[in-house]
Design a protein around this ligand. Structure first.
Ligand SMILES: [Zn+2]
Length: 455
């Protein structure tokens, strides 16, 4: 068993100060002391430990700031003095432990990955939205989500709210080949066929220098810490090594997907934000500030956001028009209805609307990815990684409501993109097209005929 460093006691004098809120802990109040090595003993001369006192609730709030690797109280056994407490005190502490454990689980990378898998397997917008909404309501235990909603939303909107910078496939392969003791060249060759995260997962499992953990314990907060420092770290291998030591192979795959801003859920910003609140997407279009939107949803002040009233009027009008139009024409295929006629209130959206020639997207800017054009609805497109401007094309397909398949799901493709036309016979019934078919469709904002774009 690891050493116990938490001590429960009642404040003797009222002179100790809580290390979390910096307020005095009243005399006789229950407090938790955490024993740590004296920070002033820089030369390790054996100055002994010091005790940092906390209000009970403050101690548990402090855990939320720490990485999950730090020693925390996960059960009464992790503390001295629990057995001597009064019944009420025990009850309070047990509840704090339980809530903190759930909170940790609700914001764990593992549960996040599970949620992403479920969302990716769900086909329609409504189903995907329901999964998000359900998770936010029930959490992992079914008793309610106790994690950080903003953190979860930020991760789910990785492709939209880009809070960390990406790294290229080649850089990733270079770094991980050093950690895994694997041939960089072999990994690079695989890039032509396989996504970089899949290569890294497999190489991690086969590595002779590092062994994947069997049980996941990485939190989203911890992951975010790594993602923030990695792109500019002077020694990225050292940073990555630390991370790898904390990860199962699936954890690591998700981390790499996050680095690449591609968590594979094939969901637009609207789909995810609708799961938070039916009007969250509209608010996000106005403010482009996810934190503010989450806070407003939590405090029920979404309607007070400047510009929201106007936006909601437009939404209602659009919905009514759409229903009327559907009734008149008996069809539901006009997805662009009402959008092209109106000037959009969101600058970026207007820009995208008027864009005829695809240009390189800004990776660092926060973009609400309006994706009003449903060019590729229903298209499952296998796009080889080796395709020229692969990333741009992929982003466009996703933005315009299509699905990009990787090698493992190629058999489900409706379209296979090939520059050279070397497709194994009998692989699938998909249409084989050149990348120009994609570019043409994007340019014309509608699906181009495949006839002219055969490799
Ligand atoms: Zn306190």
């Amino acid at each position: 068993m690891t050493e116990i460093i938490f001590y429960l006691s009642h404040a003797k004098s009222g002179k100790s100060i809580c290390r979390h809120c910096n307020k005095f802990i009243q005399k006789d109040m229950l407090r938790i002391g955490k024993r740590v090595p004296n920070p002033r003993d820089v030369h390790d001369e054996g100055w002994g430990d010091i005790t940092l006192y906390h209000h009970v609730a403050c101690m548990f709030e402090e855990f939320d700031k720490e990485t999950s690797r730090a020693k925390q109280i996960k059960s009464p056994d992790d503390m001295f003095g629990f057995d001597e407490l009064k019944k009420d005190e025990k009850k309070t502490i047990l509840k704090l432990i339980r809530d903190t454990n759930i909170k940790r689980e609700d914001n764990s990378l593992h549960q996040f990955s599970c949620l992403c898998t479920k969302i990716s397997e769900e086909d329609g917008h409504a189903g995907k939205t329901a999964l998000v909404s359900d998770y936010l309501k029930k959490g992992t235990t079914g008793t309610g989500f106790k994690g950080d909603v903003y953190m979860l939303m930020k991760f789910l909107l990785t492709g939209v709210v880009k809070t960390w910078n990406s790294l290229s496939d080649r850089v990733l392969v270079d770094l991980f080949s050093q950690i895994f003791g694997t041939s960089q060249k072999a990994m690079e060759e695989d890039l032509a066929q396989t996504e970089v995260w899949e290569i890294i997962r497999v190489c991690y499992e086969k590595s002779k220098t590092v062994t994947p953990l069997e049980e996941s314990s990485v939190s989203l907060r911890e992951t975010q810490g790594f993602l923030n420092v990695l792109p500019t770290a002077p020694e990225p291998v050292t940073v990555l090594k630390k991370l790898v030591n904390r990860c199962t192979s699936n954890d690591l795959m998700m981390v790499v997907r996050l680095i690449k801003h591609n968590i594979g859920i094939n969901a637009e910003a609207k789909t995810i934000l609708d799961g938070l609140h039916p009007n969250a997407y509209e608010a996000f279009q106005i403010s482009e500030d996810l934190k503010d939107v989450v806070e407003r949803v939590q405090s029920k002040t979404l309607h007070r956001l400047p510009g929201m009233k106007k936006k909601m009027k437009e939404k209602t009008k659009k919905n009514t028009e759409h229903v009327a139009e559907q009734r008149r024409s008996g069809s539901s295929d006009n997805m662009d209805l009402g959008i092209s006629k109106k000037k959009s209130p969101v600058k970026r959206q207007a820009k995208d609307e008027g864009q005829t020639i695809p240009s390189k997207k800004c990776k660092t800017a926060r973009s609400p990815s309006p994706s009003m054009s449903k060019i590729f609805t229903g298209c499952k497109i296998f796009l080889p990684v080796a395709t020229d401007k692969f990333k741009e094309l992929k982003q466009y397909i996703i933005d315009f409501d299509g699905e990009v398949l990787d090698e493992s799901r190629k058999r489900l493709a409706t379209h296979i993109v090939s520059s050279k036309g070397r497709i194994r016979a009998g692989v699938s019934k998909a249409e084989v097209v050149t990348p120009d078919w994609l570019w043409q469709s994007i340019k014309k904002k509608q699906l181009a005929s495949t006839k002219e774009f055969k490799p």
